[in-house]
Design a protein. Structure first.
Lengths: 352, 259
């Protein structure tokens, strides 16, 4: 039996050394609806793939809808299903589970691979996690999250886990327009009833601006989204549930100023880099004032432009890619260390 | 090299007119490097139009013929030797963003022949009334957002020609304003241009401020002066006339008197 185990460990170590072990990213189906959370998962997987690792997108079954909105950049990523592909997760593998799947932690507790929680929405942590249980109960000793404030929160609740931060990548597709900006307002509002309310309020309060178009930044491919965003004179962001806030950063990267309500969880990057308010009732007045000023030829001050650039510095794609590689390398190294120790122990027992 | 001529028709220079003229000229001064000013006036006023600006290149065009607004503008166009021209009314003014925003659009859209600014209409107290020319940017209003086409013009007439930037040759090729069309001469002009495939676009910045219904202005007289007053029925007539006449490059010798 121990000979068999030694062989297993040696194979596992060999796979880790050759980067043949699989890094599974458990992913949920958004039915091709654009979600920054999904892009984040695919970005991490793609970065690992491009650097010689073996990531796979793990989905429930064949009904999974590929996120076509992301374009064909991610086509090389292999998608495997739990149901049909009967995957065999081994000790050298890694599985990354988003908070959305906290209900399957129990089932994964007997799987002896490296287990990592991915927390992008801290409000969803406890939605399906059995009451009173903690991730470490199921063998999850690492967490990847997107912001410093969420990391802090996790460390308070789950002090035993190691928390890494990988912010979403703000892609290179987002850059200032080469031509000219148009009288469009990019709107991103999670609550659809509020979305309608804000547009109606704007047109009612500023009837002389009814010709200014609101561009609804949903149901677009990633390319359409970035192309559409950079044409806008301003963007409007209202998302109380957001933990990270990709949309404002994408706007800033396009040089499009943001009018927004500060979400309940204040993003790490929040500064004087936009027109922010805690008071939702003031949003439309701020927006109207900005639009009228823009029509009059008022430009953003250099100070705000500089703040926007500074805000984006930590979210540089290369920095994030290096961050991803370094975190997954540390997971691998830790695994190698653990397996080597186990192997040595087994070999010693064998000799005895 | 200045490639824009601002045509400013003047028919009086006394009292308030002088103040308005000075303000109008002042609004052109920030564009001195790119723009020259052509003031078209009745010949008897020429000697009064001196020391108008220290910075602008000004050319006074003395008019010995008809001195109504349309005829004066047409004379200015006829004498224009720059690639582009614009029309400035004596009681109006350019906003400081006008040249910068227009230049951006000229560079970005080299197939466009006319750039209209968004015009801010104010009353005699200086209070905002409404915008003009902005509707081309309303979603779904025109075939291509921002671009005014003939089909839309046939249904919507309210576009302001002053403050626009016109390609001189395109206007010369398609004909200037028709002085026998009352009230809707600007509308007929835009219809004619679009009918002849000239492309018109609105620059979505407030580039021009127009004083609406100033007492003694042409449109005020159309409304209030018994000698040239236009009734509602007549207004409809001129609208329909514009829709019929835009097929013709030059004004036709038609007797428009209403029985």
């Amino acid at each position: 039996m121990s000979k068999e185990n030694i062989e297993k460990l040696e194979i596992a170590l060999g796979k880790l050394d050759a980067k043949e072990n699989v890094i599974y990213f458990l992913t949920y189906d958004t039915k091709n609806n654009a979600r920054a959370a999904i892009k984040h998962i695919y970005d991490m997987a793609l970065t690992l793939k491009q650097n010689g690792s073996n990531p796979k997108i793990l989905v429930e079954d064949k009904t999974y809808t590929k996120p076509l909105w992301l374009g064909n950049v991610y086509d090389d990523l292999e998608i495997v299903t739990i149901k049909e592909d009967q995957i065999n997760i081994t000790i050298d593998d890694v599985i990354v589970v988003p908070e959305y799947y906290s209900n399957v932690l129990q089932q994964l507790s007997n799987v002896r691979c490296s287990k990592v929680m991915l927390i992008q929405q801290k409000d969803y942590i406890f939605e399906t996690l059995p009451v009173g249980s903690r991730w470490s109960d199921y063998g999850f000793d690492r967490v990847i999250t997107t912001t410093e404030s969420t990391k802090k929160y996790i460390q308070e609740i789950f002090p035993e886990v190691l928390v890494h931060i990988i912010p979403p990548m703000i892609g290179e597709d987002f850059k200032p327009i080469e031509g000219i900006v148009k009288p469009y307002i990019a709107i991103s509002c999670r609550d659809r009833s509020k979305h309608r309310k804000f547009i109606s309020e704007f047109y009612l309060k500023y009837p002389h601006l009814r010709w200014v178009t609101f561009r609804d930044m949903v149901q677009m491919s990633y390319e359409e989204f970035s192309e559409g965003l950079k044409e806008c004179m301003v963007s409007l962001w209202i998302d109380d549930e957001s933990t990270f806030g990709t949309f404002p950063l994408e706007s800033m990267k396009c040089g499009v100023p943001v009018v927004g309500k500060i979400p309940d969880t204040e993003p790490d990057w929040l500064s004087e880099n936009g027109m922010w308010t805690y008071d939702e009732s003031k949003i439309i007045d701020i927006l109207g004032t900005y639009v009228l000023a823009w029509l009059d030829g008022v430009e953003l001050t250099d100070e705000v432009k500089e703040k926007m650039k500074e805000t984006l510095l930590p979210y540089n794609t290369e920095i994030t890619k290096n961050n991803i590689l370094s975190i997954f390398n540390s997971i691998t190294n830790k695994r190698v260390e653990t397996l080597q120790k186990a192997l040595e122990k087994l070999k010693q027992e064998e000799t005895v | 090299m200045k490639n824009i001529t601002v045509i400013l028709p003047v028919h009086k220079v006394d009292g308030d007119y002088r103040i308005m003229l000075d303000n109008a000229i002042k609004s052109v001064e920030p564009f001195q490097n790119d723009v020259k000013l052509s003031i078209v006036c009745p010949s008897e006023l020429k000697e009064l139009l001196v020391n108008l600006s220290e910075t602008l290149e000004i050319n006074i065009i003395s008019n010995n013929s008809k001195t109504d607004f349309i005829s004066q503008v047409n004379l200015g166009i006829e004498k224009c030797d720059t690639e582009w021209f614009s029309i400035l009314e004596v009681d109006d003014e350019y906003k400081s963003i006008w040249l910068k925003s227009i230049n951006e659009y000229v560079e970005a859209y080299n197939d466009i022949d006319v750039f209209l600014p968004i015009v801010k209409d104010i009353n005699t107290d200086g209070k905002f009334i409404n915008f003009t020319n902005e509707s081309t940017w309303a979603y779904g209003f025109t075939e291509k957002q921002g671009v005014l086409d003939n089909e839309v013009l046939l249904d919507f007439q309210n576009y302001q020609i002053s403050g626009g930037l016109y390609k001189t040759q395109v206007v010369k090729d398609n004909g200037s304003f028709k002085d026998n069309i009352k009230l809707t001469f600007g509308y007929e002009f835009l219809l004619r241009l679009t009918h002849n495939n000239a492309k018109i676009m609105t620059v979505p910045r407030i580039g021009y401020q127009h004083l609406n219904f100033r007492e003694d202005s042409l449109f005020w007289l159309y409304k209030n002066d018994d000698t040239i007053k236009v009734t509602e029925d007549e207004a409809k007539f001129w609208l329909e006339t514009a829709k019929k006449e835009f097929f013709f490059k030059n004004k036709r010798d038609v007797n428009y008197e209403i029985a």
